[in-house]
Write a protein that binds this ligand. Structure first.
Ligand code: CA
Length: 328
């Protein structure tokens, strides 16, 4: 009798543990929506407004690209330049370098706050990059720091009860080093102050520079979830090395696609190879207004998320990707 009871207890415990495990597996299998520069399909990229909108659209993660100011503040902006997303040439016309460009790193954070952020455009022609997006020069948008954006997202997590993550990218660590700055170290310290320290925290840290990202794990000893971004084709052959320090890769989505035969897509071995090594795959960038080889956003989502089986991706239109993933 005693043994039977004990057996029963063990059985219940095993069932409980296996349920818990399967729930855990399910949640780790969930495909994640990363709001690329915020809801940048609708509002100027990397503005607080674009981030709040991405938050309200229930993105899983919101992306921050980071460049240091002259006084070492990580500014949320996509490039080391200012002249394709702000009115810097009007506010500080004499502050360009010899190459004719204005650099974030040449301005203090206070100075950067005086600029107006505008929809991305070509500084040579003045033409808006995506003509159907937010009208260039309208509204009143400002640059902000990593800390300010974390406080927005954590504040919203508090007031809404949601748990939306951050997905910071340090831009061009080599360029920062040449200018006497350690962007990786500064960023890791700030993330840690805000509670982002381990893979369990809702923070995914990304970088294109492989040496720079490897250093974050091996020299700076960060325990964060690291994603190695991939720009060039030859880097897709270095997955084994990436797996020695990273938890995932962020390839260009075209590196996942091989060719279309008789109306059906065939894929490269990238996703399978990455999964074999335990790496998640988060390709960039899904855009409604730049579909290229796809006839609709729906098709793009189906081919990449379902058929190619990637684990999530970067999109300028988080609402559309959330809608695809949540439809019955
Ligand atoms: Ca980025």
């Amino acid at each position: 009798m005693f043994f039977t009871k004990q057996k029963l207890v063990i059985l219940v415990l095993l069932v409980f543990l296996s349920c818990k495990e399967s729930i855990k597996n399910q949640s780790s299998m969930k495909k994640i929506v990363i709001a690329h520069r915020g809801a940048s399909g609708y509002l100027p990229e990397h503005t607080m407004e674009a981030k709040a909108m991405a938050y309200a659209m229930n993105s899983d993660y919101i992306e921050q690209d980071l460049v240091l100011s002259k006084d070492n503040v990580p500014v949320v902006i996509h490039d080391i330049y200012l002249d394709d997303v702000t009115n810097v040439n009007k506010v500080f016309p004499d502050r360009k370098r010899k190459d004719g460009r204005f650099y974030v790193i040449d301005f203090t954070f206070d100075e950067l706050q005086r600029l107006q952020v505008i929809e991305r455009f070509d500084p040579k022609t003045g033409k808006q990059f995506y003509p159907k997006r937010f009208p260039k020069g309208k509204g009143n948008f400002k640059l902000h720091s990593l800390q300010q954006e974390i406080e927005l997202i954590q504040g919203l997590n508090y007031s809404t009860g949601k748990d939306i993550g951050i997905y910071p990218e340090i831009k061009n660590p080599k360029f920062h080093h040449q200018n006497g700055k350690d962007i990786a170290k500064i960023t890791i310290n700030i993330l840690s102050q805000y509670g982002y320290k381990t893979k369990k925290d809702k923070c995914i840290f990304q970088c294109f520079d492989a040496k720079g990202l490897e250093r974050v794990r091996k020299e700076l000893k960060s325990d964060l979830f690291l994603v190695q971004l991939i720009e060039f084709e030859e880097e897709t052959k270095k997955l084994k090395h990436f797996a020695t320090y990273a938890d995932g890769i962020g390839p260009w989505y075209k590196q996942v696609l091989d060719k279309k035969e008789a109306g059906k897509w065939e894929f490269t071995s990238l996703v399978e190879d990455a999964h074999t090594l335990g790496l998640k795959v988060h390709p960039y960038t899904f855009r409604v207004d730049q579909l290229d080889e796809f006839s609709s956003f729906e098709e793009m989502m189906k081919v990449l998320l379902i058929d190619a089986n990637v684990d999530g991706g970067f999109t300028d239109f988080p609402d559309k990707m959330v809608a695809f993933l949540t439809k019955k």
